[in-house]
Design a protein around this ligand. Structure first.
Ligand code: MTE
Ligand code: MO
Length: 430
């Protein structure tokens, strides 16, 4: 990226004060990093000396976008898919552009989508939620009924169990959007599921739930009752506004910390039973075939995990050596993240990264590591540790425990190779 193209997205004023302020107050690191820039700035720069067009003509009025959209200069910040992974757009996946985001909240329009029968378009006036099975009073709720229950707000990540699954046998996809982008993190507004179950009255032998979607796939998944009574929500808002159709409008199940598959979208029915159902999602899917021929099942919680989002293959280092900001995401389905370690040399030496922003249970955490890049090759890794002492494993440790056949629950440490020219690639260290 040239200096000029950078100026287009940075207001001149703040860039100037950054340059002069940075050199004046900072020590060796900033002065070295910014030395080259200061020399460039000494030549007349028309972006500073000329009055720009946008400074002379009136802009759009308030009616231009009744629902706001991002700047046209952000047009490449979009969900993307991997064509060979999904044969058709109906039973499909796309990926959150986590390499281009910051903080911990995923904007609604960028949350990855996974659906098995396309996006159901449902008028909330026509939507019903039924609770039946082992209950005293089978009930049907309209949306209006649901709006009269007490609600709560919580920020939770949703990670598909297959996130990073294509990387199990070795590095494959070149970008964290594709290796780690089946995750999003939003604030849900919803009704504790416990309240709706209490309204129906649970029979004494009630032990399992089978939530079901109203989409063409009619997806179902067995959920243990303890989890439902603990922290599940029937959510109708994400980041303050209605769920997007692709996220399950008008209501979805929120199953904090557990695999995305259980978060039934377009939720229409919850059957209460005394044992789990063994449907497709409990048998041929969402189980891991081990080396000894047995399969792991009911692996609900998403284990402690992290990834460096920049630098990364889609976010190479373009500014040359000197002051460099490394950033990434960490999360655990068990609770909060306590610490994130970062290595620049493929796991030989580790330093503690700086976690910034809210540290919430079962939510993404943002970490940073600022360092002075000397221009040599690096092997970047991050390793998260949660509040219960769970440590993110290496990919070799995972394969030693689970063999080569797994797809789901790959929380192994990711390596990015940064070359001397700043280009970055997905690699594995053996
Ligand atoms: N009704 C229904 N619910 C569903 C699905 C679906 O296809 N239909 N897909 C599941 C899977 S596998 C995942 S990972 C999450 C994805 O949620 P998202 O599309 O909001 O990212 O929804 C789950 N809930
Ligand atoms: Mo999923």
């Amino acid at each position: 990226m040239s200096d000029q193209s950078q100026n287009k997205t940075h207001p001149n004023k703040s860039r100037r004060s950054f340059l002069s302020g940075g050199v004046a107050v900072a020590g060796g690191v900033a002065a070295t990093a910014l030395g080259a820039r200061a020399a460039v700035a000494a030549a007349p720069d028309p972006l500073i000396t000329e009055i720009q067009e946008w400074n002379q003509v009136l802009g759009d009025g308030v009616d231009a976008a009744p629902y706001g959209v991002p700047s046209e200069f952000e047009a490449d910040v979009v969900r993307r898919d991997v064509p060979w992974l999904t044969a058709d757009p109906i039973s499909s996946i796309n990926f959150t552009p986590i390499h281009q985001l910051d903080g911990i909240i995923t904007p609604n329009g960028l949350c990855f989508e996974r659906h098995h029968g396309g996006v159901a378009q449902i008028d909330p006036a026509d939507h019903r939620l039924m609770i039946n099975g082992l209950v005293d009073n089978p009930l049907v709720f309209t949306m209006q009924d649901l709006m009269r229950f007490p609600r709560e707000n919580h920020v939770y990540f949703l990670e598909c169990a297959a996130n990073s699954g294509m990387e199990w046998r070795g590095s494959q996809l070149n970008g964290c959007q594709f290796t780690h982008g089946m995750v999003h993190n939003v604030m849900y507004t919803g009704i504790p599921l416990k309240l709706l179950l209490q309204e129906a009255g649970l029979k004494s032998n009630a032990a399992w739930l089978l939530p079901e979607g109203a989409d063409a796939s009619g997806m179902t998944r067995s959920v243990p009752l303890d989890k439902a009574l603990d922290d599940c929500l029937v959510a109708f808002k994400m980041n303050g506004e209605a769920l997007r159709p692709e996220q399950g409008y008008p209501i979805r199940l929120v199953v904090p910390g557990w695999e995305g598959n259980m978060w039934i979208k377009w939720l229409r029915r919850i059957e209460v039973g005394d044992q789990p159902w063994h449907h497709r999602e409990e048998t041929s899917k969402y189980t891991d075939l081990l080396a000894n021929g047995k399969a792991r099942r009911f692996t609900w919680a998403m284990d402690v995990k992290s990834v460096i989002t920049s630098p990364s293959p889609q976010m190479p280092i373009t500014h040359g050596r000197g002051h460099t900001v490394l950033t990434g995401l960490a999360w655990s389905g068990h609770g909060r993240i306590k610490r994130v370690d970062v290595s620049l040399d493929g796991g030989r030496n580790w330093q503690t990264a700086r976690i910034d922003g809210p540290s919430l249970s079962k939510s993404l955490h943002r970490f940073y590591h600022e360092f002075n890049w000397d221009g040599s090759e690096m092997y970047l890794q991050s390793r998260a540790i949660d509040e219960f002492g769970n440590v993110q494993p290496t990919k070799n440790e995972l394969r030693a425990a689970r063999g080569d056949n797994s797809i789901y629950h790959n929380n192994g440490i990711q390596t990015w190779q940064v070359r001397t020219d700043g280009e970055t690639e997905n690699v594995e260290i053996s």
